[in-house]
Design a protein around this ligand. Structure first.
Ligand code: HSE
Length: 370
């Protein structure tokens, strides 16, 4: 019998990307989807692959949720917090697949990234684990693009600087970035028609516009256009941002590390739209040749691409714009650092909404329903 799968939060940004992928891969044919809403209960539901799925059910109704074999939610941590334990307390033994961070580090959950931890996922299913959570976007994208080095246990420690897209903060933040771009462009459009005008005068004007009272900053609190924000999420006790804390904690949970691999660095929001980039300094456990490192990186999984450390290849293929909307997680700028023979650099890019959010969830669902 086909599993009944409840889908919650499927209209938000991550949810929409998930639906797009599921429709493209014809996933809906392998289970019975039931669509939920937290705000538009009983309203018309969606049509996917030409099939209409009826009216929307109440995402807070434990009695309806209890009947499902699997629940997939992109509704966010607040919803998970409200519903998950209530549902478990009601005796529900179904599978819970979640994009939110709320349950990620709990003992009962496995963080899912099957190209990296498929055997751990299978083992967890065999051990009756019922809670599978997608990882933080930078963590998933890092593990995929550097998967070869992790799987061969070559990493002694690493540092990272991230360049995270506006989409990581949510749809409203993306809109705000666009509004900021618009305000700046409007303010200087006449100056751009006059090439004789000093660029320094234009730059001053941009600064004034960006720092003016009416400039749209409700979401980011400060301008992001023409700027960057070296802080993502709240501060933890040791001075890290929560986003920075997640990198080592989640990565080592996914890798089932017996001894934690130290990973630390700074997370930075930049004005790209939906691709996160990351720059790494990696200390390897041994001195191996660059060509061996490149081979290990490029052979690990079918989404990683090794970008040669050349100007042209890098500026064309290792950028947010060239990766956005794809499942590729290219890695480039791989070279030995003059710090020592065991030290290398690497730069990676990945779509924060695909492998960084939606894709691990749909693949986890496939593992359960196939
Ligand atoms: N926390 C990430 C960000 C979103 O702010 O970019 C992906 O989990």
């Amino acid at each position: 019998m086909r599993n009944s799968v409840g889908l919650v939060g499927w209209r938000g940004m991550v949810g929409s990307v998930l639906m797009e992928r599921m429709e493209k891969e014809n996933d809906f044919s392998s289970f019975n989807p039931v669509f939920f809403s937290t705000s538009q209960i009983h309203e018309e539901g969606p049509t996917f692959n030409g099939k209409y799925y009826g009216n929307l059910k109440n995402a807070y109704d434990i009695d309806i949720l209890k009947e499902l074999d699997i629940i997939v939610t992109c509704q966010g941590s607040e919803y998970t917090n409200k519903i998950y334990y209530k549902l478990r307390k009601s005796g529900w033994k179904g599978y819970w697949i979640d994009a939110a961070s709320y349950l990620r580090m709990k003992k009962e959950s496995v963080i899912v990234l099957d190209p990296i931890n498929l055997s751990a996922i299978h083992q967890a299913i065999d051990n009756n684990c019922k809670t599978f959570i997608g990882g933080n976007c930078t963590v998933s994208l890092m593990l995929l693009s550097l998967g070869g080095l992790f799987s061969k246990k070559l990493i002694d420690w690493m540092t990272v600087s991230t360049y995270q897209a506006a989409s990581g903060s949510g749809a409203s933040h993306m809109v705000e970035l666009l509004m900021q771009m618009n305000a700046v462009c409007k303010g200087i459009s006449s100056d751009l028609k006059n090439p004789a005008k000093s660029i320094l005068k234009i730059e001053k004007k941009i600064n004034k516009i960006s720092l003016s009272d009416g400039f749209p900053t409700n979401c980011f609190h400060v301008p992001l256009v023409g700027n960057l924000i070296p802080w993502i999420d709240v501060k933890t006790e040791d001075g890290r941002s929560k986003e920075e804390w997640k990198i080592q904690s989640e990565a080592n949970k996914i890798l089932l590390s017996k001894k934690n691999i130290p990973i630390d660095g700074l997370c930075v929001r930049i004005g790209s739209l939906r691709c996160h980039s990351q720059s790494f300094v990696i200390k390897l456990k041994k001195d191996i040749s660059l060509s061996e490192i490149e081979k290990i990186l490029s052979h690990h999984n079918r989404w990683t691409r090794l970008i040669p450390n050349d100007v042209d290849a890098t500026i064309k293929n290792l950028t947010p714009l060239s990766v956005t909307g794809t499942l590729f997680t290219p890695v480039g700028r791989v070279r030995k650092l003059n710090i020592g023979k065991k030290y290398i650099s690497a730069f990676t890019v990945g779509d924060q909404l695909l492998w960084g959010a939606a894709e691990p969830l749909r693949r986890m669902l496939k593992i359960l329903v196939n």
